[in-house]
Design a protein around this ligand. Structure first.
Ligand SMILES: Nc1ncnc2c1ncn2[C@@H]1O[C@H](COP(=O)(O)OP(=O)(O)OP(=O)(O)O)[C@@H](O)[C@H]1O
Ligand SMILES: Nc1ncnc2c1ncn2[C@@H]1O[C@H](COP(=O)(O)OP(=O)(O)OP(=O)(O)O)[C@@H](O)[C@H]1O
Length: 481
């Protein structure tokens, strides 16, 4: 039971000229379920952090107030459960069970009630491992399930979910929806951020959309908000139901193989099972290959192998002679500059690959290292800033970007050096409709110019729009608990 009151709320992150939120007024009655929409960078995550009392005074300028049942949020934090857009940032303890128990211990729940509640929360999200399993040994989707279990376990009065299904396989996404529909108490107030709204709409009573400038663009029941504000929402980048995506021209026939994996298998040192069981894969010129499958199935591991970033435990990965062009051995033996000029990689977690202090330098790094002339580097970077909607953020620190902005930067940085192979782990994560279209058109253009694209994805629209071939990896381990 929590009523949320937001009064004239404003927030400007330190180092930014623009306000992420400004003049926001919003009352959410106790038990209401709100779907929070808005373009990438419109302030959705900032608002969730404000409601969780997590915007520290020294990290920006604030205006107005946010109250939970009349109490300033900073004094009501124990009533809030939050799942961040990047769940890795909220897993704090080394064992999965302890991590879920942490919030209960903080709230003074008696020990005899803690472990049954932990076990129930883990079951609700379909978590496949034992309580002792290491939090450092989880795939992205497994991390997301664990973070959600941590939030559900405390039975919060206000539940804040930032794209909780974006990294989940369809079974995991369905479990989350069931948890919202059935397992969360009827009087729990919920604010849910999702870009893909079709599956979320039946779960919510109200839709609130943030607009440019940090205020409200639309607010109302799901049945009327799209009818009343459809064109304005679509123009702002919201995925409005029934607005078809532009069709891409059909791809030409695939060309010669650039990478061939034969029975590549990967097992971490000391692990008792393979992260990737032996698989064959061929990556061809002018073709977009999508890699799909359940959480923990080995997709990110395959991406790291194809990207030459780890060596297979057994099996071989061969590069075509003209791709290797003067470099010896398999890709994981190539020097870093030679590798990134030939095979560009985007990790599941974009922060893991940022190495420069601002967005412009991050985009310029690859083409500079590849020895491209300065004018060419500048022109490439300007074009990417523009196409990826990052021009206004050219001087920003990559680590301060919103989830969707960071994802676009990581894709831009990987393709700036014009590699012939691009291996992308969840390239469309966190994108609004407009930025999604820009990103997919950019990738399709590269594919049509002869590049090979490998995309690990849970995004059905990406499969339907870009994939020329689909590779499905098997299931994660089950039955450990
Ligand atoms: N720590 C930070 N420091 C500086 N600026 C920030 C910080 N966090 C977010 N911003 C900026 O504030 C704005 C709003 O970001 P926020 O993460 O709230 O957007 P969002 O709507 O959740 O976006 P997305 O859909 O891409 O995740 C963006 O322009 C972002 O770059
Ligand atoms: N750092 C790690 N240490 C140990 N095991 C790991 C690590 N990262 C992943 N794993 C395990 O390796 C297996 C494959 O993980 P991977 O990340 O490749 O799966 P995925 O198909 O990409 O999953 P998701 O869809 O959830 O991102 C999983 O069982 C996972 O738990």
């Amino acid at each position: 039971m929590v009523e949320v009151q937001v009064r004239d709320l404003g927030w400007r992150h330190a180092g930014r000229r623009e306000w992420a939120l400004r003049g926001l007024d919003l009352t959410i009655p106790s038990g209401q379920r709100v779907l929070l929409l808005g373009a990438s960078g419109s302030g959705k995550s900032t608002l969730l952090r404000a409601l969780a009392g997590l915007l520290a005074a020294d990290s920006g300028d604030g205006e107005g107030e946010a109250l939970l049942d009349g109490v300033p949020v900073a004094r009501a934090r124990e009533r809030v459960g939050i799942v961040f857009q990047d769940p890795q940032t909220q897993l704090v303890l080394s064992r999965c069970g302890d991590d879920v128990a942490f919030g209960l211990e903080n709230r003074g729940v008696p020990p005899e009630r803690i472990w049954p509640q932990v076990a129930r929360a883990l079951r609700r999200v379909g978590f496949p491992y034992h309580l002792d399993h290491s939090t450092a040994a989880l795939s992205g989707g497994e991390q997301q399930r664990l973070a959600l279990a941590g939030a559900l376990a405390t039975d919060p009065g206000l539940l804040l979910l930032d794209e909780p299904t974006a990294n989940l396989d369809p079974a995991g996404a369905a479990l989350v929806r069931t948890a919202l529909a059935e397992a969360v108490r009827a009087d729990t107030t919920v604010v849910l951020v999702e870009h893909r709204i079709a599956a979320a709409l039946p779960l919510v009573d109200r839709v609130v959309a943030l607009g440019p400038g940090g205020g409200l663009l639309a607010d109302g029941p799901p049945e009327t908000v799209f009818a009343d504000h459809g064109p304005a929402l679509a123009a702002a980048g919201v995925w409005v139901p029934g607005h078809p995506l532009p069709r891409l021209p059909a791809a030409g026939p695939a060309g010669a193989p650039l990478l061939s994996a034969e029975k590549v298998r990967y097992r971490r040192h000391g692990a008792d099972r393979d992260a990737l069981p032996a698989v064959d894969a061929v990556v061809r010129e002018g073709e977009a290959l999508a890699v799909v499958g359940p959480n923990g199935g080995g997709k990110s591991t395959l991406a790291l192998l194809l990207g030459g970033l780890i060596a297979p435990t057994s099996g071989v990965l061969r590069a075509a002679e003209d791709l290797a062009a003067g470099l010896d051995g398999p890709p994981h033996r190539w020097p870093a500059t030679g590798l990134s000029a030939r095979i560009g990689s985007v990790f599941q977690n974009p922060e893991h690959q940022f190495v420069r202090a601002n967005v412009r330098d991050e985009l310029a790094l690859g083409p500079r290292l590849a020895g491209h002339p300065r004018e060419h580097v500048d022109a490439t970077v300007d074009d990417l800033l523009d196409r990826l909607g990052l021009a206004a953020l050219a001087a920003a620190n990559p680590f301060t970007l919103s989830g969707g902005q960071a994802r676009r930067l990581s894709v831009g940085a990987a393709l700036a050096a014009a590699p012939r192979v691009l291996v992308l782990d969840e390239p469309t994560f966190g994108q609004d409709r407009n930025t999604w279209i820009a990103l997919v058109q950019l990738l399709a253009g590269l594919r049509d110019a002869g590049a090979a694209i490998v995309a690990v994805t849970h995004d059905d629209e990406l499969l339907a729009t870009l994939a020329d071939r689909v590779m499905s990896l098997g299931g994660p381990p089950t039955g450990e608990r």
